[in-house]
Design a protein around this ligand. Structure first.
Ligand SMILES: *Cc1c(COP(=O)(O)O)cnc(C)c1O
Length: 493
């Protein structure tokens, strides 16, 4: 059955899945949401016999209904291949009574690879389907992680080019090395003299610049965005929750239909929203545990029903969760508002005008399946240390936030439901803080620290780190904010 996508702010806007992927955002600023959430057409026991690519197909085909079987399978096979450093794509590790689903075995050793390795293929397929002849140009501003994951995903994909801007001096050593050594004739990485917000604002301006759009169109190009509100990123993320359930079932850890809890270290609310959608498809989930760091807007929201971004912003040791506006939460608000686009739009208007909004009790009662918690930076490091001391298993700081919140949840509720924790980054990616947590930090560069972590954890240094250790710098351009547009034009010459 065909599924169309409606805007969360204007219900008269309805597009196909492929159009939603090409467009990213609806014209009036709404996000696309499926007009209904499909249910599985395979049993959990059938799914438990499948590998990752097969499960991904079974999930994605239900949402991307205007893609043919052949197209979708091709996208999946191109995405989840030897770019991942393990056969299983997402292994499940058991430690201290919980199951860590390791979403970090792709090119950039963080979970964004799960979606960004397939988005380019979904996008080029969607372009063909909609008779788009232009080459797609992805423009991205990054604070570190997304840029590299997008570069790796779009590297050498025919019909696409990608330009990434990052704040020179504002990203970690490993993050910068990952980006400036990026191969692929269709990739361009530019440092800017400014911070992330400057870069982001300039990129948004380019997207809205009609003259630039016309000039590029006349030369056969059009812009698109790879950011996390694209349903082409959301839908692939549903698959690994289904896969983790299927795997627990296959291994006899749970019985068919038994409910599980899911814990997700959360920033923009994309990853946990995918778990919420999986639950609404019929995946047996008891609680969705939303773990925040010190930027605990979401924790406060689940507690009080008020979303309020008016507060100090903290830079923490889980930087990919340092966010005060969780863009994907809008989709949840839309659902609990009874899919009333007008009502959702008015909350979002309040958010942009006053920085906050409050939902009513009826809406709040629909959030019973969520539990919000948070961890301070110290609590995060303590949790990493404790898990390591007791089990030898090392987790990164983002996963540390989730693990701490889960421990608190069990203390508070005594709920012994089997639990899956989304492990969103390799500990090697945040090696300095991880070594500090387990009492092994020393003065040295990040490569030396990775060697140390490998030694104490018994886990070999990931390929992603080895690859950049001796790689040549291929991008060394640094420009002022005012010259970003020229940098894009020069690359598209
Ligand atoms: C992006 C990111 C998150 C947050 O995910 P959201 O989908 O934005 O909630 C958590 N951990 C890591 C390592 C990330 O890169």
């Amino acid at each position: 059955m065909e599924i169309l996508y409606k805007s969360t702010r204007d219900s008269s806007k309805k597009v196909t899945a492929s159009q939603a992927i090409l467009q990213g955002l609806s014209d009036e600023g709404g996000l696309f949401f499926p007009e209904r959430i499909p249910t599985f057409d395979k049993s959990l026991s059938e799914l438990s016999k499948m590998d990752y690519r097969e499960v991904a197909y079974e999930v994605m085909k239900l949402f991307l209904t205007d893609f043919t079987e052949e197209e979708l399978k091709k996208c999946i096979n191109n995405a989840y291949d030897s770019k991942f450093d393990c056969e299983e794509i997402v292994p499940l590790a058991e430690a201290d009574g919980a199951y860590y689903i390791e979403l970090f075995h792709g090119s950039t050793i963080a979970f964004k690879d799960m979606a960004l390795s397939i988005l380019p293929h979904l996008m080029t397929t969607a372009a063909k389907k909609n008779n788009v002849k232009n080459e797609i140009v992805i423009l991205t501003a990054t604070s570190g992680d997304t840029g590299k994951a997008a570069l790796a995903g779009f590297d050498s994909v025919p019909g696409t080019r990608i330009v990434v801007f990052y704040p020179k001096g504002g990203v970690s050593f490993i993050q910068e090395r990952q980006m400036v050594t990026q191969t692929g004739k269709n990739t361009c990485v530019v440092g800017i003299n400014g911070n992330f917000d400057d870069a982001q604002t300039a990129v948004k301006k380019m997207f809205a610049d009609e003259a630039l759009k016309d000039e590029l169109a006349s030369r056969g190009f059009q812009f698109s965005s790879a950011n996390s509100i694209n349903i082409g990123r959301l839908v692939p993320q549903i698959a690994y929750y289904v896969f983790s359930y299927a795997k627990l079932l296959a291994e006899g850890k749970i019985s068919d239909g038994e409910k599980i809890n899911v814990v997700v270290p959360t920033g923009n609310f994309g990853n946990i929203l995918a778990a919420y959608i999986a639950m609404n498809m019929g995946l047996p989930i008891n609680k969705l545990i939303c773990a925040s760091n010190e930027n605990k807007v979401l924790y406060d929201f689940f507690k009080t029903g008020t979303y309020d971004k008016n507060r100090d912003f903290s830079l923490t040791n889980s930087p990919s969760m340092d966010i005060l506006i969780s863009s994907n939460l809008e989709r949840l608000i839309y659902v609990i508002a009874g899919e009333d686009a007008k009502r959702n739009a008015s909350f979002m208007k309040d958010l942009s005008a006053t920085g906050k909004y409050t939902i009513d009790d009826a809406m709040k009662s629909k959030l019973d399946c969520f539990y919000g918690g948070y961890a301070t930076q110290e609590q995060t490091l303590e949790r990493i240390a404790k898990l390591y001391d007791e089990t030898g298993y090392v987790i990164d700081t983002h996963t540390g936030v989730a693990s701490y919140v889960y421990e608190q949840y069990v203390k508070e509720t005594n709920d012994m439901t089997k639990t899956v924790i989304a492990s969103t980054a390799s500990p090697f990616k945040f090696v300095g803080n991880v070594l500090k947590a387990i009492g092994q930090d020393f003065d040295g560069d990040d490569f030396a620290k990775c060697d140390k972590l490998s030694e104490v954890s018994g886990v070999s240094v990931p390929r992603a780190v080895e690859e950049i250790r001796n790689a040549k710098v291929l991008h060394d351009k640094v420009v002022d904010i005012d010259n970003m547009q020229d940098a894009v034009k020069a690359f598209l010459k």
